[in-house]
Design a protein around this ligand. Structure first.
Ligand SMILES: [Zn+2]
Length: 327
């Protein structure tokens, strides 16, 4: 049996979220994606089983790549939650229950025998925007609107996050002093006003209170709502759906104005599944921002929607791992 001498050194990027895991193989010199795969995350299986399955999949992909003359140099992983970057472990992750203290980096090194770096998932999305995004962003804040609200600051081309801290976690900035109790324990966090999870929760609550809305048919027909239904209802002119997206926009604007006042960032990039509701929240967001940023609005300040797709986080993890020395 003849062996093929590896000619290309590739980097693997992985994005571990609450519902699926995205994997990309990247040739960092050309910047092209060699291979990409999605795995479903069964959160109830727990960290060991999920990472075991991920390791098996990656090992098989690495073996196949080796046959094509591709050697993997390093693996970068973006993971939802607060990450200890030095140790590569998960400190807290509300969307990955049971992962607290999980030594993700150590486990993957044991399985794959290659260098592994672990980062926060939204840091990876923000870094991908910096490296691959279409617009001139300058110093910027990346906000990921998903089940929760994640955030990442990219200042001077680097991720602004000391090891394992909450720097950039805009989702837990207080917007309503006496608001709803957030998963984090605080009240009135941005996450309780502008995440897909809370959008659904709030819509269901209003329906229970007797608000008239076409969403009632969705709730009664399916037993529960999804952010997509609320988006569809807003599209069709439903008053309740539009009011809820209005709340998303104004709440985001208050948080963004606070960050701009403090840091003088030049732009904000909005990513995540709920960014699909862009048309319904960007109007209220801009209006509220104009009312709040009255004094020190940086020239050309802009709020833009991500132009990167499904694999942004995995790509960012690959680039961050390649350039880990600069973190
Ligand atoms: Zn919170």
């Amino acid at each position: 049996m003849s062996t093929v001498e590896p000619k290309i050194e590739a980097v693997i990027g992985v994005d571990i979220g609450g519902t699926n895991i995205k994997i990309v193989f990247v040739d960092p010199r050309q910047g092209n994606v060699i291979d990409q795969v999605d795995l479903k995350t069964s959160a109830e299986l727990g960290a060991d089983a999920i990472v075991g399955e991920l390791g098996t999949t990656l090992a098989a992909m690495m073996l196949k790549a080796r046959g094509d003359g591709i050697q993997v140099g390093v693996l970068g992983v973006g993971c939802a939650g607060v990450i200890d970057i030095q140790r590569g472990s998960v400190l807290v992750s509300p969307n990955l229950p049971g992962w607290e203290g999980f030594p993700l980096q150590e486990k993957l090194i044991q399985i794959l025998r290659i260098p592994v770096r672990v980062f926060n998932d939204v840091d990876c999305i923000g870094y991908a925007e910096y490296r691959l995004g279409g617009s001139e962003l300058g110093n910027f804040l990346c906000i990921a609107l998903g089940t929760g609200v994640g955030g990442s600051l990219i200042l001077g081309g680097k991720v602004w996050r000391e090891r394992g801290t909450s720097a950039g976690e805009i989702g837990h900035m207080t917007i309503q002093p006496d608001g709803e109790r957030c998963l984090c324990g605080n009240r009135g966090c941005l996450e309780t006003l502008a995440s897909a999870g809370w959008l659904v929760r709030r819509a269901e609550e209003r329906l229970r209170q007797g608000f008239a809305s076409t969403l009632r048919d969705d709730l009664e027909g399916n037993g529960s709502l999804k952010a997509e239904y609320i988006q569809q209802a807003a599209q069709e002119g439903d008053g309740l759906a539009q009011e809820l997206f209005n709340l998303v926009g104004t709440s985001l604007a208050i948080a963004i104005a606070n960050v701009v006042q403090l840091l003088g960032i030049q732009s904000v990039v909005i990513a995540g599944g709920l960014a699909n509701g862009w048309d319904f929240f960007i109007g209220p967001l801009q209006k509220e921002l104009n009312q709040r940023l009255t004094m020190v609005r940086p020239p050309d300040f802009k709020v833009v929607r991500t132009e990167l797709g499904h694999y942004a986080g995995a790509l960012g993890a690959a680039y961050l791992a390649t350039e880990a020395g600069e973190l």
